[in-house]
Design a binder for this molecule. Structure first.
Ligand SMILES: Nc1ncnc2c1ncn2[C@@H]1O[C@H](COP(=O)(O)OP(=O)(O)O)[C@@H](O)[C@H]1O
Ligand SMILES: [Mg+2]
Length: 258
Protein backbone atom coordinates (compact mmCIF):
# COMPACT_ATOMS: atom_id res chain seq x y z
CA UNK A 1 0.00 0.00 0.00
CA UNK A 2 1.43 3.38 -0.93
CA UNK A 3 2.10 6.05 1.64
CA UNK A 4 -0.63 8.52 2.65
CA UNK A 5 0.35 11.87 1.20
CA UNK A 6 -2.62 13.99 2.16
CA UNK A 7 -4.87 13.35 5.12
CA UNK A 8 -7.96 15.47 5.69
CA UNK A 9 -9.74 15.00 9.01
CA UNK A 10 -13.17 16.36 9.85
CA UNK A 11 -12.58 19.57 7.94
CA UNK A 12 -15.08 22.39 8.45
CA UNK A 13 -14.59 25.54 6.42
CA UNK A 14 -16.42 28.85 6.34
CA UNK A 15 -14.72 31.39 4.04
CA UNK A 16 -14.79 35.04 5.13
CA UNK A 17 -18.09 36.52 3.99
CA UNK A 18 -19.94 33.19 3.91
CA UNK A 19 -22.97 33.01 6.21
CA UNK A 20 -22.57 29.33 7.04
CA UNK A 21 -19.86 26.68 6.71
CA UNK A 22 -19.31 25.63 3.09
CA UNK A 23 -17.54 22.38 3.98
CA UNK A 24 -18.80 20.16 6.82
CA UNK A 25 -16.90 17.22 8.26
CA UNK A 26 -14.83 16.46 5.15
CA UNK A 27 -12.40 13.59 5.65
CA UNK A 28 -10.34 11.61 3.17
CA UNK A 29 -6.87 10.25 2.46
CA UNK A 30 -4.95 10.59 -0.80
CA UNK A 31 -1.92 8.41 -1.26
CA UNK A 32 1.35 9.23 -3.00
CA UNK A 33 0.96 9.06 -6.77
CA UNK A 34 -2.82 8.53 -6.62
CA UNK A 35 -5.11 10.08 -9.27
CA UNK A 36 -8.42 11.21 -7.84
CA UNK A 37 -11.31 13.09 -9.46
CA UNK A 38 -13.52 15.28 -7.29
CA UNK A 39 -16.98 15.60 -8.84
CA UNK A 40 -20.20 17.22 -7.77
CA UNK A 41 -22.68 19.87 -8.87
CA UNK A 42 -21.76 23.51 -9.10
CA UNK A 43 -21.75 25.08 -5.64
CA UNK A 44 -21.00 21.76 -3.89
CA UNK A 45 -17.75 23.11 -2.40
CA UNK A 46 -15.10 21.56 -4.67
CA UNK A 47 -13.11 24.75 -5.22
CA UNK A 48 -13.39 25.63 -1.54
CA UNK A 49 -11.89 22.25 -0.65
CA UNK A 50 -8.93 22.76 -3.00
CA UNK A 51 -8.41 26.25 -1.56
CA UNK A 52 -8.51 24.89 1.99
CA UNK A 53 -5.95 22.20 1.10
CA UNK A 54 -3.30 24.75 0.18
CA UNK A 55 -4.17 27.10 3.02
CA UNK A 56 -5.88 29.79 0.92
CA UNK A 57 -8.98 29.56 3.08
CA UNK A 58 -8.89 28.86 6.79
CA UNK A 59 -10.48 25.84 8.44
CA UNK A 60 -12.83 26.45 11.39
CA UNK A 61 -11.98 23.00 12.71
CA UNK A 62 -10.46 19.71 11.64
CA UNK A 63 -6.97 19.26 10.29
CA UNK A 64 -4.99 18.73 7.11
CA UNK A 65 -1.73 16.81 7.05
CA UNK A 66 0.40 16.97 3.93
CA UNK A 67 3.57 14.95 3.57
CA UNK A 68 3.92 14.76 7.34
CA UNK A 69 3.27 18.45 7.96
CA UNK A 70 0.16 19.74 9.69
CA UNK A 71 -1.14 22.71 7.73
CA UNK A 72 -1.20 25.87 9.82
CA UNK A 73 -2.18 28.92 7.82
CA UNK A 74 -0.94 31.24 10.57
CA UNK A 75 2.64 30.10 9.99
CA UNK A 76 4.13 31.53 6.80
CA UNK A 77 6.98 29.01 7.05
CA UNK A 78 4.60 26.04 7.09
CA UNK A 79 2.43 27.55 4.37
CA UNK A 80 5.50 27.98 2.16
CA UNK A 81 6.64 24.42 2.85
CA UNK A 82 3.21 22.95 2.09
CA UNK A 83 2.64 25.08 -1.01
CA UNK A 84 6.00 24.08 -2.41
CA UNK A 85 4.83 20.48 -2.54
CA UNK A 86 1.42 21.30 -4.03
CA UNK A 87 1.11 22.76 -7.51
CA UNK A 88 -2.17 24.48 -8.29
CA UNK A 89 -3.77 24.64 -11.72
CA UNK A 90 -6.61 27.09 -11.14
CA UNK A 91 -9.90 27.00 -12.99
CA UNK A 92 -9.25 30.16 -14.87
CA UNK A 93 -5.63 29.94 -15.91
CA UNK A 94 -3.62 32.65 -14.20
CA UNK A 95 -0.82 33.16 -16.72
CA UNK A 96 0.76 36.59 -16.89
CA UNK A 97 -0.32 37.35 -20.43
CA UNK A 98 2.15 40.14 -21.17
CA UNK A 99 5.14 37.98 -20.23
CA UNK A 100 6.74 35.24 -22.34
CA UNK A 101 5.72 31.60 -22.15
CA UNK A 102 9.11 30.73 -20.55
CA UNK A 103 8.49 33.28 -17.75
CA UNK A 104 5.16 31.68 -17.01
CA UNK A 105 6.52 28.13 -17.08
CA UNK A 106 9.43 28.95 -14.79
CA UNK A 107 7.05 30.60 -12.31
CA UNK A 108 6.80 26.99 -11.12
CA UNK A 109 10.36 27.35 -9.82
CA UNK A 110 9.65 30.45 -7.70
CA UNK A 111 9.26 28.36 -4.53
CA UNK A 112 12.90 27.27 -4.79
CA UNK A 113 14.32 30.58 -6.05
CA UNK A 114 15.28 33.62 -3.97
CA UNK A 115 13.58 36.93 -4.77
CA UNK A 116 16.84 38.14 -6.35
CA UNK A 117 16.97 35.06 -8.59
CA UNK A 118 13.34 35.58 -9.66
CA UNK A 119 13.95 39.25 -10.44
CA UNK A 120 17.07 38.46 -12.48
CA UNK A 121 15.17 35.76 -14.41
CA UNK A 122 12.55 38.31 -15.40
CA UNK A 123 15.17 40.26 -17.38
CA UNK A 124 17.91 37.73 -18.11
CA UNK A 125 17.67 33.96 -18.43
CA UNK A 126 20.49 31.43 -18.36
CA UNK A 127 20.71 28.72 -21.03
CA UNK A 128 19.96 26.02 -18.43
CA UNK A 129 16.85 27.86 -17.21
CA UNK A 130 15.58 28.15 -20.77
CA UNK A 131 16.41 24.46 -21.30
CA UNK A 132 14.34 23.53 -18.26
CA UNK A 133 11.41 25.59 -19.56
CA UNK A 134 11.80 24.07 -23.04
CA UNK A 135 11.86 20.54 -21.62
CA UNK A 136 8.66 21.14 -19.60
CA UNK A 137 6.99 22.68 -22.66
CA UNK A 138 8.13 19.76 -24.77
CA UNK A 139 6.25 17.44 -22.41
CA UNK A 140 3.02 19.34 -23.13
CA UNK A 141 3.87 19.49 -26.87
CA UNK A 142 4.49 23.23 -26.84
CA UNK A 143 8.28 23.59 -27.07
CA UNK A 144 7.91 25.74 -30.20
CA UNK A 145 6.05 28.41 -28.15
CA UNK A 146 8.90 29.02 -25.68
CA UNK A 147 9.50 32.63 -26.74
CA UNK A 148 5.88 33.58 -27.53
CA UNK A 149 3.85 35.98 -25.42
CA UNK A 150 1.54 34.00 -23.15
CA UNK A 151 -1.36 36.28 -24.12
CA UNK A 152 -1.18 35.12 -27.76
CA UNK A 153 -1.94 31.49 -26.97
CA UNK A 154 -5.33 29.79 -27.35
CA UNK A 155 -7.23 28.55 -24.28
CA UNK A 156 -6.01 24.97 -24.75
CA UNK A 157 -2.40 26.12 -25.19
CA UNK A 158 -2.60 28.29 -22.07
CA UNK A 159 -3.90 25.32 -20.10
CA UNK A 160 -0.92 23.29 -21.34
CA UNK A 161 1.44 26.04 -20.18
CA UNK A 162 -0.23 25.93 -16.76
CA UNK A 163 0.45 22.17 -16.70
CA UNK A 164 4.10 22.74 -17.68
CA UNK A 165 4.41 25.29 -14.87
CA UNK A 166 3.00 22.76 -12.40
CA UNK A 167 5.56 20.15 -13.58
CA UNK A 168 8.48 22.59 -13.16
CA UNK A 169 7.48 22.93 -9.52
CA UNK A 170 8.26 19.18 -9.05
CA UNK A 171 5.33 18.84 -6.66
CA UNK A 172 4.10 15.80 -4.76
CA UNK A 173 0.49 16.74 -5.47
CA UNK A 174 -1.21 18.68 -8.25
CA UNK A 175 -4.51 20.36 -7.39
CA UNK A 176 -6.32 21.05 -10.66
CA UNK A 177 -9.60 22.97 -10.49
CA UNK A 178 -11.82 22.25 -13.51
CA UNK A 179 -8.77 22.28 -15.79
CA UNK A 180 -10.82 21.55 -18.89
CA UNK A 181 -14.04 23.45 -18.13
CA UNK A 182 -13.43 26.16 -20.71
CA UNK A 183 -12.25 23.86 -23.52
CA UNK A 184 -14.26 22.21 -26.29
CA UNK A 185 -14.91 18.47 -25.71
CA UNK A 186 -12.10 17.26 -28.02
CA UNK A 187 -9.53 19.61 -26.52
CA UNK A 188 -10.78 18.82 -23.01
CA UNK A 189 -10.04 15.13 -23.51
CA UNK A 190 -6.59 15.83 -24.96
CA UNK A 191 -5.60 18.11 -22.07
CA UNK A 192 -7.00 15.76 -19.42
CA UNK A 193 -5.25 12.76 -20.96
CA UNK A 194 -1.97 14.67 -21.01
CA UNK A 195 -2.34 15.87 -17.42
CA UNK A 196 -3.06 12.34 -16.18
CA UNK A 197 -0.21 10.79 -18.18
CA UNK A 198 2.35 13.33 -16.98
CA UNK A 199 1.23 12.99 -13.35
CA UNK A 200 1.56 9.21 -13.68
CA UNK A 201 4.99 9.44 -15.38
CA UNK A 202 6.30 11.67 -12.56
CA UNK A 203 4.58 9.72 -9.78
CA UNK A 204 2.77 12.90 -8.73
CA UNK A 205 -0.61 12.60 -7.00
CA UNK A 206 -3.42 14.45 -8.77
CA UNK A 207 -6.66 15.77 -7.30
CA UNK A 208 -8.77 17.18 -10.09
CA UNK A 209 -12.23 18.71 -9.87
CA UNK A 210 -14.49 17.99 -12.82
CA UNK A 211 -18.14 18.55 -13.46
CA UNK A 212 -18.36 15.77 -16.06
CA UNK A 213 -18.66 12.39 -14.23
CA UNK A 214 -17.99 10.52 -17.50
CA UNK A 215 -14.54 12.14 -17.80
CA UNK A 216 -13.85 11.27 -14.16
CA UNK A 217 -14.72 7.61 -14.80
CA UNK A 218 -12.64 7.50 -17.96
CA UNK A 219 -9.42 9.06 -16.69
CA UNK A 220 -9.35 8.55 -12.91
CA UNK A 221 -9.05 5.28 -11.00
CA UNK A 222 -10.82 6.89 -8.03
CA UNK A 223 -13.66 9.41 -7.78
CA UNK A 224 -14.85 11.38 -4.76
CA UNK A 225 -18.27 12.92 -4.96
CA UNK A 226 -19.19 16.07 -3.10
CA UNK A 227 -22.67 17.44 -2.38
CA UNK A 228 -23.65 20.36 -0.19
CA UNK A 229 -20.17 20.60 1.30
CA UNK A 230 -19.90 16.93 2.24
CA UNK A 231 -18.07 14.03 0.62
CA UNK A 232 -20.86 11.59 -0.11
CA UNK A 233 -19.17 8.85 -2.16
CA UNK A 234 -15.69 7.45 -2.55
CA UNK A 235 -15.34 4.98 -5.41
CA UNK A 236 -12.36 3.40 -3.64
CA UNK A 237 -14.87 1.98 -1.20
CA UNK A 238 -13.30 3.63 1.82
CA UNK A 239 -15.87 5.32 3.98
CA UNK A 240 -15.32 9.04 3.35
CA UNK A 241 -14.82 9.68 7.04
CA UNK A 242 -11.60 9.78 9.01
CA UNK A 243 -10.83 6.94 11.40
CA UNK A 244 -11.51 8.01 14.96
CA UNK A 245 -8.64 7.54 17.39
CA UNK A 246 -9.02 6.63 20.98
CA UNK A 247 -6.94 8.45 23.57
CA UNK A 248 -3.43 7.09 23.87
CA UNK A 249 -3.49 5.42 20.45
CA UNK A 250 -0.63 6.34 18.14
CA UNK A 251 -1.74 9.01 15.66
CA UNK A 252 -2.45 7.69 12.19
CA UNK A 253 -0.17 10.35 10.80
CA UNK A 254 2.75 12.01 12.47
CA UNK A 255 5.28 14.40 11.01
CA UNK A 256 8.09 12.50 9.43
CA UNK A 257 6.40 9.15 8.81
CA UNK A 258 5.59 9.89 5.17
N1 LIG B 1 -15.74 33.48 0.03
C1 LIG B 1 -17.01 33.05 -0.04
N2 LIG B 1 -18.01 33.74 0.56
C2 LIG B 1 -19.29 33.33 0.50
N3 LIG B 1 -19.68 32.20 -0.11
C3 LIG B 1 -18.74 31.46 -0.71
C4 LIG B 1 -17.37 31.83 -0.71
N4 LIG B 1 -16.66 30.89 -1.38
C5 LIG B 1 -17.56 29.97 -1.80
N5 LIG B 1 -18.81 30.31 -1.40
C6 LIG B 1 -20.04 29.54 -1.64
O1 LIG B 1 -19.77 28.22 -1.30
C7 LIG B 1 -20.43 27.32 -2.16
C8 LIG B 1 -19.43 26.38 -2.75
O2 LIG B 1 -18.60 27.08 -3.67
P1 LIG B 1 -17.44 26.40 -4.49
O3 LIG B 1 -16.46 25.81 -3.55
O4 LIG B 1 -16.94 27.39 -5.47
O5 LIG B 1 -18.23 25.21 -5.21
P2 LIG B 1 -17.88 24.40 -6.53
O6 LIG B 1 -16.44 24.60 -6.84
O7 LIG B 1 -18.22 22.98 -6.21
O8 LIG B 1 -18.77 24.94 -7.61
C9 LIG B 1 -21.17 28.16 -3.17
O9 LIG B 1 -22.50 28.29 -2.76
C10 LIG B 1 -20.45 29.49 -3.11
O10 LIG B 1 -21.31 30.54 -3.44
MG1 LIG C 1 -15.47 25.30 -8.53
Amino acid sequence: MTTPLLQVEHLRVQPPGAERPILEDVSTVIRAGERVALVGPSGAGKTTLLRALNGSVRALSGRILFNGIQLDDRSSRILRQVRRGMAVIPQKHDLVENLKVYHNVMAGALGRWSNAHALRFLFWQTASELDEARHALDRVEMANKLHDSAGKLSGGQQQRVAIARALVQKPLLILADEPVASLDPRMARQVLELLCKLAEDDGVALLCTLHQPELAREYFPRTLEMRDGKLTTDSAGQAPVAPTRSAGEAPAWTPGNA
